[in-house]
Ligand binder design. Structure first.
Ligand code: PLP
Length: 342
């Protein structure tokens, strides 16, 4: 089956010709020894962007979440996060295996929970309970439909967490999308958190990697975990250069992805069999409900016409825009929706 328009995820992008040339020309060294100049540059760029003391290049966002948890927690601790959060569903139970911790889900609104909810969830000091240790926030919220945590809510949640002695962690898989849509800098979004990471392989279009940032002390411990988990690399400058190129060239264009997602949402929401509030689409993710057939069936019918989406559950599908989807691709996807459901 030829995929003509791939809205499966923003992870499906392929490096552009210019990015490939930049990567091919990268200075490299042994990353594990700290001698790769391109990796070191990427770490410095990220620390500066997020205004943190230090940063660490990693193979994936998944590993960034897990290393942060491992540094912040001891076995038996509990991490508070939204019920839709990535580590609860898509990281293979890694937090339990690697750090020996449990995850406490909160029912946020489209992935956004309040300081009051955190307060209610924090465990009392009592030997019966696990110890609440970390509050984790996802910006933007993937399964919330790309929703953006407002800065005030972040401040309230982090302030409350600090008051109770909890560490705060920001899963920034799509932090740049939030910033592009709101005009608030990534630095401001990251300011309240003890640890934060950005993903280079999603909207930014690099082939591999994430960068975890925090205090010098945090990154020193994170480095230890990176080695322990086998995340240290060799001439990783080749792939890190894709990240440098992405930070230098692909941030400003994220607004395009948002415009396309909004247009797509507005068009398909005109179909009576689709339930979707297109006004709530603010970044690059569109999650909608299909009323007259199982989601899987619509997924298959779309795919038969070359349009790939992903399935959220029995009733909902997700479409994600990214730099390999242009406006005419979106128009084609809308046309296919109309043909199937119109
Ligand atoms: C919100 C969120 N967190 C973490 C991850 C994991 O990132 P990676 O695919 O780089 O491991 C993803 C991936 O889709 C994600 O959407």
């Amino acid at each position: 089956m030829e995929i003509k328009v791939d809205l499966y995820s923003d992870t499906v992008t392929r490096p552009s010709e210019k990015m490939r040339q930049f990567m091919a020309a990268a200075d490299v060294g042994d990353e594990q020894l700290g001698e790769d100049p391109s990796v070191n540059k990427l770490n410095e760029m990220t620390a500066e962007l997020l205004d943190k003391e230090d940063a660490l290049y990693l193979p994936s966002g998944h590993m960034a979440n897990q290393i942060a948890y491992a540094v912040h927690c001891e076995p038996g601790d509990e991490i508070i996060m939204d019920a839709s959060a990535h580590p609860l569903h898509f990281e293979g139970g890694a937090a339990a295996v690697i750090s020996g911790v449990s995850l406490r889900p909160l029912e946020g609104k489209k992935g956004i929970f309040s300081a009051k909810q955190v307060k209610n969830a924090v465990r009392r000091e009592d030997y019966h309970h696990p110890r609440s240790r970390v509050v984790s926030v996802e910006q933007t919220v993937n399964m919330g439909g790309g929703t953006i945590w407002p800065l005030d809510t972040i401040k309230d949640v982090c302030e409350l967490s600090q008051k109770y002695g909890l560490k705060t962690h920001l899963d920034g898989a799509r932090l740049f999308n939030a910033s592009a849509a709101s005009g608030i800098s990534v630095e401001k979004y990251a300011a309240e958190f003890d640890s934060v990471w950005i993903d280079l392989s999603k909207g930014l279009g690099a082939p591999v990697g994430s960068v975890l940032a925090g205090s010098e002390e945090f990154i020193e411990k994170a480095h230890f975990w990176k080695q322990r988990l086998g995340g240290a690399m060799r001439q990783a400058g080749i792939i890190a250069a894709g990240g440098i190129y992405a930070l230098e060239n692909n941030i400003a264009r994220l607004k395009e992805d948002h415009r396309r997602a909004r247009f797509f949402a507005e068009e398909i929401s005109k179909l009576s069999s689709i339930s979707l509030n297109s006004g709530a689409v603010v970044t690059n993710i569109v999650i909608f409900k299909i009323n007259n057939m199982p989601a899987k069936k619509l997924l298959e019918r779309l795919l038969a016409k070359g349009v790939r989406l992903s399935q959220v559950d029995d009733e909902r599908l997700r479409a994600v825009t990214h730099l390999d989807v242009n406006f005419s691709d979106i128009e084609y996807a809308v046309e296919v929706f109309n043909r199937i459901l119109g």
